[in-house]
Design a protein around this ligand. Structure first.
Ligand code: NAD
Length: 333
C-alpha cells in the first residue's frame, strides 16, 4: 500500500508517519510538505534512512507537484493546513489558499489518479462555540465557524464531501479535539506553557482561563484515523473527543508537574472572537471499536518529560521567531 501524507512535517502528521510505519512496516509513505514556519523536518529525524519513506518538499496548491506525489498512491491522509487561529486573524488569505484551494487541488488529483481512499483531517472548530449547558457536537451538528481558520477548514471539509456526492471519490473525514504530545509547535497552548516554564518565563493565560477545550493525546488521534481508514464507511465523518478541561485546569496541571505556583501565570486579554467551549460526542467512532488509551494526566506527564529531554527540537523554533498571539488583539481590538 502506498500512502500519501500531506503536512507530514507538522505536529500530527509527523506523529502519524511514525505510527503508520511502526504498524504497517511494509507500506510506502510519501510525505508532501511545503515546510512552512510550522513544518519541521527535524520532527522526522531517523526516518530519512527508511527505504519505505520519501519526502517531497512542495505546496499542495501546486498542481504539478501534487500530481507527481499522487502517482501510484492508494490512500491519501490530508493533514496539511495553516492551523494557528491567531495567525488566521492577522492573515486569513493564506488560510483560504492552503486549506480550501490546496484541498481542492488534492481532491482533483486524487480523483484523476483513482485513489482508493481520501481521508481528510478536520477539526471540531468547524462547529463554532458551545455554552456551558449546550450538548456536545455530533456528526449532525451544523457548521458555525467563528474564526478564519475554522471557516477555511469548514470550506475544505464541505468540498471533500461534495467530491464524494458529485464524483464518487471514496472519502472519509475525522473532526478531532485539540491534540497534545511530542513535536507540538511551541506556539500552541500546552507546549508554549511548558517551554515558557522550562525557560523560567511566565505563561500567558487568556481571560481567567475559563475557556473549555477537549484534549486528546496525539497517538490516540493517529489510532482513531487508522480505525476510520480500516472500518469507516465511505462518505461518512467521525468525531474524535478528548478530556474536557478549562484552560485554567490545564495550566494548573502543567504548573504542578513543573513545581511552580500560580504566580507564574500572566493573565492576558482574550483573542478576538475567542470560542468559549468545544465538546464532542464521539459515540459513532466508538462503535467502530476505538477508545483512547492514554489518560490526560499521564499523557501530560509524558509530554512534559519529552520537552525536558528534547530542547534540541524546540529551542531553535523559539529563538528569533516573533510570538503571534496577543499581537492580534492589540492590532485589531
Ligand atoms: N493540532 C490540533 O490540535 C488539531 C486538532 C484537530 C484537527 N487538526 C488538524 O490536523 C491537521 C494537522 O494539524 P497540526 O497541528 O499537525 O498542524 P501543524 O501546523 O503542526 O502542521 C501543518 C503542516 O502542514 C504543512 N503545510 C502548511 N501549508 C502547506 C501547503 N500549502 N502545502 C504543503 N504543506 C503545507 C506545514 O509545513 C506543516 O508541516 C490540520 O489539518 C489541522 O486543521 C489539528
Amino acid at each position: 500500500m502506498k500512502v500519501l501524507i500531506t503536512g507530514g512535517a507538522g505536529f500530527i502528521g509527523s506523529n502519524f508517519i511514525r505510527y503508520w510505519l511502526k504498524n504497517y512496516p511494509k507500506d510506502w509513505i510519501v510525505n508532501l510538505d511545503k515546510l512552512t514556519y510550522a513544518g519541521h523536518i527535524e520532527s522526522l529525524k531517523g526516518l530519512q534512512s527508511n527505504p519505505n519513506y520519501q519526502f517531497i518538499k512542495g505546496d499542495i496548491c501546486d498542481e504539478k507537484i501534487v500530481e507527481k506525489s499522487m502517482k501510484g498512491v492508494d490512500i491519501v491522509v490530508h493533514f496539511a493546513a495553516e492551523t494557528h487561529v491567531d495567525r488566521s486573524i492577522i492573515d486569513p488569505t493564506v488560510f483560504v489558499k492552503t486549506n480550501v484551494l490546496g484541498t481542492n487541488v488534492l481532491l482533483d488529483s486524487a480523483l484523476k489518479n483513482k485513489v482508493k481512499r481520501f481521508h481528510h483531517i478536520s477539526t471540531d472548530e468547524v462547529y463554532g462555540s458551545l455554552g456551558l449547558d449546550d450538548s456536545p457536537f455530533t456528526e449532525e451538528t451544523n457548521f458555525a465557524p467563528r474564526s478564519p481558520y475554522a471557516a477555511s477548514k469548514s470550506g475544505a471539509e464541505q468540498l471533500v464531501i461534495a467530491y464524494f456526492i458529485t464524483y464518487g471519490l471514496p472519502v472519509t473525514v475525522t473532526n478531532c479535539a485539540d491534540n497534545f504530545g511530542p513535536f507540538h509547535d511551541p506556539e500552541k497552548l500546552i507546549p508554549r506553557f511548558v517551554t515558557n516554564l522550562l525557560m523560567g518565563k511566565k505563561v500567558p493565560l487568556m481571560g481567567e482561563g475559563e475557556n473549555i477545550r477537549e484534549w486528546l493525546y496525539v497517538k490516540d488521534h493517529c489510532r482513531a484515523i487508522d480505525f476510520v481508514l480500516n472500518k469507516g464507511t465511505l462518505g461518512e465523518k467521525y468525531l474524535i473527543s478528548g478530556t474536557e478541561l478549562t484552560n485554567m485546569e490545564v495550566t494548573k496541571k502543567i504548573l504542578a508537574l513543573l513545581g511552580k505556583d500560580k504566580s507564574w501565570i500572566e493573565f492576558v486579554e482574550h483573542r478576538l472572537g475567542h470560542d468559549f467551549r468545544y465538546a464532542i460526542n464521539d459515540s459513532k467512532l466508538r462503535e467502530l471499536g476505538w477508545m483512547p488509551q492514554m489518560n490526560f494526566d499521564k499523557g501530560l506527564e509524558q509530554t512534559i518529560e519529552w520537552y525536558k529531554k528534547n530542547g534540541w527540537w524546540w529551542k531553535p523554533l523559539i529563538n528569533g521567531r516573533p510570538i503571534v498571539d496577543r499581537v492580534a488583539q492589540k492590532s485589531y481590538g
